[in-house]
Design a protein around this ligand. Sequence first.
Ligand code: SF4
Length: 240
Amino acid sequence: MGECWERGTATFMILGNQCTRACRFCNVQSNMRPAPVDLDEPERLANTALAMELKHVVITSVARDDLPDGGALQFARCLSKIRELGPTLTTEVLVPDFMGNEQSLNLVTKESPNVFNHNLETVRRLTPRVRSKALYDRSLALLKLAKTQNPQMRTKSGLMLGLGEDDDEVLQALIDLRAHNCEHLTLGQYLRPSAWHHPVQRYVNPEEFSQWGNVAKNLGFSHVESAPLVRSSYHAEEGV
Ligand code: SF4
């Protein structure tokens, strides 16, 4: 957090703090009927970014499967308001999968965030066990479609290690991401938020993270962050 502060980067979670999904690795509260969309949120977000003198703003959200557009329009409104009030700020979105809806995705991509991030989170085999309602192939397809809709954006994804995946599966996930035009990658250690959550299967040592970082670079990822404490927005501004 200190590093981000010095670099003028912060991450904001929009669309409330209650999620319509319940992933087994995530500590966000679940609720099938979250609060209505707050139409003042985009302006407050932009003004906060300016007041904090940020250079790079990361916007993420809970999954809002209760909304017809999955919350995509609110992402678009936030990007638009940031561009209006702080045109020199760079932006990254870390989006849910919008159930793979092409029109919803296009609401976000046409606002041209510098970086479009959607996390794969884990390998194919573990996806049904740890992610809620998400599909491995749908996440891959979303990344590819986003890049097709707006080739100017950098595409980005991330995985947690330590959930029970093996090396071959991690390698395949990285190959799959590259095959779907994903350009940037984050790899970090999974930590269990509570006893209800999926147990940590393994602590991956820092040397192994470095090796995965090299593997990823060799596969063609242009920006890679791979270390135990790396999270999706770690050093995010470097990927612009
Ligand atoms: S969709 Fe995102 S916010 Fe919701 S439970 Fe899963 S990881 Fe957490």
